[in-house]
Design a binder for this molecule. Sequence first.
Ligand SMILES: Nc1ncnc2c1ncn2[C@@H]1O[C@H](COP(=O)(O)OP(=O)(O)OP(=O)(O)O)[C@@H](O)[C@H]1O
Length: 601
Amino acid sequence: MENNLKTNQKSTAFSILVKIPQMLKLLHFSLQYIWNYKPLYVIFAIGTSVIMAIQSNITVQMNKYIIDNLTASKYDMAMIFVAIMVSIGLIEELIDIILRYQNQKWSEELTVFKEEKLIEMISKMPLLERENPAFLGNMQVWSLGMSKLEATFQITAQSVKSLFTAAISLFLIIQSDYLFAVIILLFSLFRGMVVYRVIDPLVNFNLEMARKYNISEYFSSLLKRKDAQKEFLLSDATAYFKSKWMRAKKDVLNLTLGAAKVNLVPSITSVILTFFSKLIILFLIIYLTQKGSMTIGDYVSISLAAFLADRSIINYLLDIKGLVENLRYVEEYHKVAVPIPALHVNASKRFELKMSIKVKNLSFYYPNSTTAALKGINFKIKQGEKVAIIGDNAAGKSTLTKILLGLYESPSKTVFYDDVDINDLDKASIWKRCGAIFQDFMKYKMSVRDNITIGNNASNDNDLYSLLRSLKLLDLYHLHQHLDTPLGDFDRNSVELSGGQWQKVALARLLLRDFEILVLDEPTAALDPQSEVEIFNNILSLTKNKTVIIISHRVGISSKVDRIIHMKSGEIKEQGSHKELLHAKGDYYQMWIQQKEWYES
Ligand SMILES: Nc1ncnc2c1ncn2[C@@H]1O[C@H](COP(=O)(O)OP(=O)(O)OP(=O)(O)O)[C@@H](O)[C@H]1O
C-alpha cells in the first residue's frame, strides 16, 4: 500500500502547471472563507508580513553602514547606525509579541467558527447521505480539509513575507553583482523541483490516514465503552478487539511513517544544495574582496543579503509547496462544502393532513446497495387512523416510516399527503407536525427536565409531573434534584436509568409535543408486559384524533389498532383489520396463532 501511494502519482512540473487554475480557485475559496470570517485578520496578516520583509533587509544594510563607518574610524556615525538597528530590532520584537497574541485570539475564534460551519453542514445534509458507509471516513477528510483553510491563509501571508524579503534582498545584491543573484536563483530552482515531486504522494498518505484513523478510533472507543466491556468479559473478546485496534493503529502508524519517509530524500537533497550555494557565494565574495573590488562592509552586507535571499526563496518555495499540499485537502472539503446537498427544507407547500397519506408504487434503495429495501409498496392511511406495520426483521418497516416522515428522500410521485407529493412539501413543516420514536432513540446526558422538554419552556412543572405519573416515571421526579437531576453517566451527580426507564423518558419527550402524526418504532420493546399494556392504552387515549403508525413484532399490539400492514422482504404481504386478516388465514393468521400458542403454553 505504501509503495502504491508513493509511486502512483509523482508531481511533475507539467502536472503542477495543469492544476494551476484549479489551485487558484481553491486559494480564492480559502482566502474568501477567512475574509468572510474577519477581513481584519487578512489585512493584518498580509500587512505585517510586508513590514517584516522590509525590516529584515534594513537590518542587513545597517550592518554594512556600521562596518564601513568602523573601518573609516567614524565611530559617532557607527553608534547612530547601531542605535537605529537595535531600535528597529526592538520594534520588530514588540510587534511580533502583539501579533502572536492577536493571531492566537483570531485563530481560536476561527476554530469555533469552523466547527460551527461543520455542524451546520452536517445538520443540513440529507439523512440518506449519512447512511452511506463511506460517510464517517469522508467526514474525517472534510474536517481535515476545513482545518487546512486557515493553514492555507497563514501560509499565504507567510509566502508574501518570504517573497518580499527575497525580492528586496535580490535587488540589493544585483546592485553589487548580478552573478550572486543568478547563483541563488539557480540553486533555488533545483530545490523547488526536488520538493514539489513529493506533494501528491504526501497528500495521498495523509488522506488515507484520515480514513484509517476512523477505524482505529472505532476500536479504541469500543475498548473503552461500558456496554461493550460486559460483552467482552463474558465472551473473552478483549484480546480479540485489542488486536483489531492494534492492527488499525499500525496501519495509521505506517502511513504516518510513510509520509515522513517520502519527505526524507527531498529534505536531505535540499540541505546539500544549500551547502553548495553558500560555499560558492562566500568564496566568490572573499575573492572579490581580496581583489579590492569590495569593502569589508560590502562583504558583510552581500553575504547577509545572500543568505537572507537564499533562505527567503527556499521559504517561499516551501510555502508554495505547503500551499499546494493544503489546497489538495481543501479540495476534498470544497467538493461537499460548496454544493451543500439540498434537503428540500424550503419547498413551497406546507404540510397538512386532513384526508389521507397515500403511498403509490414505492421502491427504495439505500446508497451503495443494489438490493431494494422496499419494492412496489402501495397503501393508504386515513387521517386519524391507527395503523400497525408488522413483519420480520429487515422487512423494511423502519425504512418505510423514515420515508413517510421525509427523513429519506423518496422517488417523486410515490408518497402523498392530502394528494400533495411529499417532495413538494416544506420538510420543516412536516417535522413540526410529526413525532417519532425510533429503535435507536436518544438518551441525552442532561437533566430529566431537559430530556423531556428539549429547551421548550412552555410546560410548567405540574404538566411534567403529571406526564411522568402517567408513564409511571414518578421515581424520576423523586430523585435528589427532582426534575433537574442529570441523567446518564455524565458527572458525579448523574443518575443512570434502566433501558425501560430511558424508553419512557423518550416517550414523555414525544407526548409533550403537539403533533398530527405519531410514528412509534417498537415503542414498548424495553418495557415489562404490564407497562407495555398500560402505556400502549395510554398512547391510544392521548392520540384520539391523531394518525398513529406503530411498528412492532408483537401481534398483541396489532389487535388494538384499526388496520395492519404486514410486510416481508421489502413488500406488503397483506393489509386489513385484525379481524379481516385472521379471517383471510394468511401469514398474519399464522403469526397470531404461533404467538398465541407461545403465551398459552
Ligand atoms: N443504512 C443502510 N444501508 C443499506 N441498507 C440498509 C440500511 N439500513 C437498512 N438497510 C437494509 O434495508 C432493509 C430494511 O431494513 P429496515 O431497517 O427498514 O427493516 P425493519 O423491518 O425495520 O427491520 P427490524 O425489524 O429488524 O428493525 C434491510 O435489508 C437492511 O439491510
